[in-house]
Design a protein around this ligand. Structure first.
Ligand code: ATP
Length: 365
């Protein structure tokens, strides 16, 4: 007997959810590929869990439709969908052994005991719990218990695993370890993972693609690199990673680049939204893309400031620099000699290192 797992494609087709007058999810079109590790990332209350409930079938869309494996899901109950769900607060049965917990769903389906047991041990192998099957849940660590829950979810051979913040109850070290394990498990099984989290580190490290959600809308979908390097709006630019921002007015625009006049001076940077001259806009610049210029060195964009603080963080340092009108953060790799950063510092960044986007709601407003 071997597991026969395969992933299925998921489609949202103009799917929306209203609770009374409140639009929790605006009409959304989205395709998640079969076998993809897909995360939905966003702040508390943005609608992530509501999307997951649409997929699991515990909630029906107020308009639009959901399909899994090309099949419309309208009227199909949660238990009849090719999905399994894992929560943050998993509930294992304390008086059942680990293998009996894993086999629980199979008992409900009428599998005979010997077959259930064999399948459970096979799944325990898969989640690196070989030899733990006869223990009780209380005899396992938190991370091991979470793996039992995963094995239990996989027992019914779902094509789609829905994970709702499954690691948030674990401590930091274990969480980081489990990230690698989940990613490996997803690759091994080939099933589609839809992973809900408000933790960008989790989403960026594990996922093939991430959807960033804000106020009931998916505001960008892309790989970790795309979201970090090519944010399409102010929310993504500020929610994913750290950034400096300079508010201003576009003064020139040509071939993917624009010039913006800000309180710190005029800068040139990427202009993915094709903002025309006169547009109110914000330039976003990652701290590690800003550099302290050496004597005589030049850059496309320059500004000046004085060092306020240097936080040594091991491999790199974060410098907080007072500029003419505000403060900027600069991150640099430590060279081991320590830098003398007295007096006025000249700072620079390349045109390709920053992005100019329309203003809008920021993640930390
Ligand atoms: P969190 O990370 O805090 O779980 P979330 O992004 O998963 O947040 P949802 O649980 O999807 O958010 O909720 C989205 C919005 O819909 C919230 O404002 C919530 O209060 C609201 N909401 C969710 N379920 C219901 C319901 N059954 N009735 C009314 N409003 C609801």
């Amino acid at each position: 007997m071997t597991l026969s797992l395969r992933g299925m494609e998921i489609g949202l087709h103009g799917a929306a959810v209203r609770f009374g007058d409140f639009q929790a999810v605006h009409p959304t079109d989205l395709t998640i590929d079969a076998g993809e590790f897909f995360s939905i990332l966003g702040p508390s209350g943005c609608g992530k869990t509501t999307v997951l409930r649409l997929l699991s079938g515990f909630l029906s869309p107020s308009e639009g439709a959901v399909s899994i494996g090309g099949r419309p899901m309208a009227g199909i109950a949660p238990a009849d969908r090719p999905t399994a769900l894992i929560f943050q607060n998993l509930a294992l049965f304390p008086l059942m052994t680990v293998w009996e917990n894993v086999a629980f769903g199979l008992e409900m389906r009428g599998w005979p005991k010997a077959r259930r047991r064999a399948r459970a041990f096979e799944l325990l192998d898969l989640v690196a719990l070989a030899g733990q099957g006869e223990k009780l849940p209380a005899e396992l660590s938190g991370g091991q218990r979470q793996r039992v829950a995963i094995a239990r979810a996989l027992a019914v051979e779902p094509a789609v695993l829905l994970l709702d913040e499954p690691l948030s109850a674990l401590d930091l070290k274990l969480r980081q370890h489990m990230r690698a394990e989940l990613k490996q498990l997803q690759q091994q099984t080939g099933i589609t993972f839809v992973y809900i989290t408000h933790d960008q580190g989790e989403a960026l490290t594990m996922s093939d693609r991430v959807a960033v959600m804000h106020r009931g809308r998916i505001v960008q979908v892309g790989s970790a690199d795309t979201l970090y390097d090519r944010p399409e709006n102010a929310f993504v630019a500020t929610f994913v990673g750290e950034t400096n921002r300079f508010v201003g007015t576009v003064t020139r625009s040509e071939a993917g680049l624009a010039e913006i006049a800000t309180a710190e001076g005029r800068f040139r940077a990427q202009n993915p939204s094709d903002l025309p001259p006169g547009a109110e806009a914000v330039l976003f610049l990652r701290p590690e893309r800003l550099r302290v210029l050496e004597a005589g060195e030049t850059a496309s964009n320059t500004l000046q400031g004085r060092l306020l603080r240097r936080d040594m963080e091991g491999a790199f340092s974060t410098l907080v620099i007072q500029t003419a009108q505000g403060r900027v953060k600069l991150q640099q790799v430590n060279s081991g000699i320590g830098a003398a950063l007295d007096g006025v510092l000249r700072l620079g960044f390349a045109e390709t290192a920053a992005v100019i986007l329309p203003g809008g709601e920021m993640a930390d407003d």
